[in-house]
Design a protein around this ligand. Sequence first.
Ligand SMILES: C[S@@+](CC[C@H](N)C(=O)[O-])C[C@H]1O[C@@H](n2cnc3c(N)ncnc32)[C@H](O)[C@@H]1O
Length: 346
Amino acid sequence: MNDRPITLLWSLRSLCDLACPSCYFGDPLIHQIEPPSKVGQLSHISPNDLKRREVLAFARTLKDSAVGRIFVAGGEPLNWPGILETLKIIKDAGIEVVVCTNGIPLTRPVMLQSLLDLGIDAFSVSLDSTEATFNDWMRPDPKGEHGWQDVVDGIRALVAARKDDGPRIGIYTVITRLNIDQIPAMGRFAADLGADYYVPQPIALEDDHLHHEQLSLRPEDTSALNAAFAELYGAGLPLTLPAGSYPGQVTASVPRSASTVKGCFGGRTLHFIQPDGAIWDCVSSLRIGATPAAARRTIRGNSAAELFPAPTACASDCPLASYECVNMWPLMEFSRILTPGSRSAA
Ligand SMILES: C[S@@+](CC[C@H](N)C(=O)[O-])C[C@H]1O[C@@H](n2cnc3c(N)ncnc32)[C@H](O)[C@@H]1O
């Protein structure tokens, strides 16, 4: 990473063209009947997303700040009309950008070339299975127009179009108790596609979520998880995987007990921004819920330098770590992926 220590996970827009039933944005159909009421709860139908001019105004303040890397996610960020203008401002500020996408927009040649021209540093593309039927069940397009094949086509188009110093390409796979076997299978597939990194991320669903019983990992899945991770890490694939400690972090998160993280980066070198501009220390619902109203902040009308100064004190321990936090560790070690020479030879 450059010498600017702050990472932002910026969930830029709420809308998405897919309607994944297990997405942490929730189900838009359910939200029409029962609008989200919890603090920090995301929704694809959020009417409160920042206006384009508010997003751009904040983005313009980034150049004078300690922010060095931004993960741009959503919703689907690449479908928003303001995306290229926003990304250009961020890149011109000397910040590393990782775009987290469902991959379908990469099949649009003009969008793909524009992103390459901007010098985006990496693309994390979501694909949940080597099997189209399972992926498209996890990640359905309500219009029935796009699915697994488009995502694979998008990844292939990106691999084919990038130059030698072009962006890193990675695949993110949500792991549920129904696709544990995909931990190594998707690794092999990612390598075959010419990707540079691969992150199998455990599903995070609240206990009362409609699909919790069916999809959430359980303690009895631990031996299958351990075997699947051992196969992945032992396969010698030409891919960067999360650090060797990650499989243990995943299995430790399965019992879903709150825990303490020593020297946590949340709120120190990592900040989470939601589409309405709200800023949280991290994605932990426990930590978001424990944030006093008086401590709530927004990027709306504020500057990055004021909001996200370089930390001066030592990191403190967080007793509010939750099962959602495990997905933050691979983000915070992204330098391994962006370092020159880490690109796969494929
Ligand atoms: C919400 S999406 C937004 C970015 C983009 N639209 C995409 O599809 O990658 C970001 C990532 O979170 C993952 N995700 C969504 N809901 C999740 C959940 N409940 N547990 C774990 N990962 C989840 C998605 O699969 C995707 O990899």
